[in-house]
Design a binder for this molecule. Structure first.
Ligand code: ZN
Length: 486
């Protein structure tokens, strides 16, 4: 019985380039035997070691796949056409077979190094990577782990783990997905990657510590989506912002724009200290206070505007004058301070308290068309305010805004720069203005940068190195005058 075998292009070299060969045989198997006799090499390519059809080859008798007929025993009638249809890869040479999940899993088990929960507890790797889905992480994660869901691994890992020589342990819930993730990382050039055997389950069952992370709600995720796209912020950074507590000294020209942007950015707790009421002459620059609040308390006005901007944060109004008596209590609940005060007595007081509590103080000041911004953070390097100005200037050389005037938009620029510095400090990203004074000349449209150094004779900074804290002084007397308002 003769049948026609249709030869696919990749196999035509075996039969002198013919696209059809006529063979004899009563079944598919006999036809292939005859084909092999005429043109050696076909069977090795079409059949596996057990004589079955290889998984990447399909054989059709006329229109039907032999797998759905009788396989190799499918009978052939005269004139039947047997078509050989290999999978056309267009892919990697030598990738000659599709593999099942279990084959792939076995391969990875052999290839990817694994570690146990016990070993992980003993020696923490540089990077611990959680590749589970967000819903799973909500139930708890290994403390300190970086979370990148498996689906985003390739996209995000270079931002989260720039060092390809870093020691990385990947985990998922049970230890399977992490094998795939670890294998991918190895292909991306990460040299020292292992997968946690048994995953998070094994870790938790071994009684190791588990933390329930603060995660963004869906509403927060929508609200801060533009932050989440930035690698320097991301979900972890946004959580840091939401958990941060910033104290603003003054709800005036500098405090208003700084607070507005910190609120919008999602800084979770904003304390505002001011004892003043809104005056008509404030409205030209103090953008938290609308006209109809003239005569009302500044901290209350600030609270209302900030919560209208972002109801998801907490605003704590402190309607009091900051003094040596209350400064430690006021600062105590906060992580960092934004100084938008309007007089030297307050600036020295805040400085001294920040040094004592080892807190960073973001400093801004304005005069007509000129502004200055810096970060005083002597506990982490750089000078304090007293290193810069051991003594206040006499009042005639330092007029307040009330006496000298100020361009309304200038505190906007300077206050927003203060907000930027605060956010960088909270995130731990970028280069803070520690030890650098940034000056802004609005008329000339110029920014300049000056280097600031610690004064070796500064008694307050010396207290950070073990010398006794000099204490709070009588700041009014020290400064011999209090200024007006910003
Ligand atoms: Zn100092």
């Amino acid at each position: 019985m003769s049948a026609l075998v249709r030869i696919p292009t990749p196999l035509r070299p075996l039969c002198g380039g013919q696209d059809e060969v006529t063979v004899d045989g009563a079944t598919v198997r006999e036809a292939l035997d005859d084909l092999e006799r005429r043109h050696a090499g076909f069977k090795a390519r079409l059949l596996d070691g057990q004589g079955g059809v290889r998984r990447f080859v399909n054989l059709f008798v006329n229109q039907d796949d032999v797998r759905h007929l009788q396989g190799l025993d499918t009978p052939l009638k005269a004139g039947d056409a047997l078509s050989i249809v290999p999978a056309v890869a267009g892919g990697a040479p030598g990738a000659d077979a599709a593999v099942t999940f279990s084959q792939l899993h076995q391969e990875l088990k052999a290839r990817v190094p694994e570690t146990t929960a016990r070993d992980l507890a003993r020696a923490r790797p540089q990077v611990l990577l959680d590749v589970r889905e967000l819903e799973e992480v909500k139930g708890g994660k290994i403390p300190g782990a970086v979370h990148i869901p498996r689906g985003f691994l390739e996209l995000r890992v270079e931002d989260e783990v720039p060092d390809r020589d870093a020691e990385v342990v990947v985990y998922c819930a049970g230890g399977t997905r992490s094998l795939f993730a670890a294998d991918t990382l190895r292909r991306m050039g990460y040299q020292r990657v292992a997968s946690l055997q048994g995953g998070f389950r094994a870790w938790a069952e071994a009684g190791q510590p588990v933390e329930r992370p603060r995660l963004l709600t869906d509403a927060e995720r929508r609200r801060y989506s533009r932050h989440l796209m930035i690698p320097e912020v991301g979900e972890a950074g946004q959580v840091k912002l939401l958990q941060a507590k910033v104290l603003l000294i003054g709800a005036g020209g500098l405090g208003c724009p700084a607070a507005l942007y910190l609120a919008a950015a999602g800084v979770g707790t904003l304390g505002v200290v001011d004892f003043d009421v809104v005056d008509e002459s404030n409205l030209q620059r103090q953008v938290l206070h609308p006209t109809d609040r003239v005569g009302t308390s500044k901290v209350e006005s600030a609270r209302r505007t900030l919560l209208a901007q972002n109801p998801g944060i907490t605003v704590v109004p402190h309607e009091e004058r900051i003094t040596s008596e209350n400064v430690e209590r006021l600062l105590g609940a906060y992580d960092l301070v934004i100084d938008g005060s309007d007089n030297f007595a307050t600036r020295y007081l805040i400085n001294d308290a920040c040094v004592l509590q080892r807190k960073a103080c973001v400093h801004g000041s304005i005069y007509r068309f000129e502004g200055q911004v810096t970060v005083f953070d002597p506990a982490r390097g750089g000078p304090c305010y007293r290193c810069l100005y051991p003594e206040p200037p006499p009042p005639e050389l330092a007029p307040s805004c009330a006496d000298a005037g100020v361009l309304g938009v200038l505190p906007g620029v300077v206050g927003v720069l203060e907000a930027v510095e605060a956010i960088k400090l909270i995130l731990g990203e970028g280069e803070p203005l520690t030890g650098r004074l940034l000056t802004y000349d609005a008329l000339g449209a110029r920014f300049r940068e000056l280097k600031l150094r610690r004064d070796p004779g500064c008694a307050y900074c010396a207290s950070l190195d073990g010398a006794p804290f000099p204490g709070f002084v009588d700041y009014e007397v020290f400064c011999a005058s209090a200024g007006g308002d910003t």
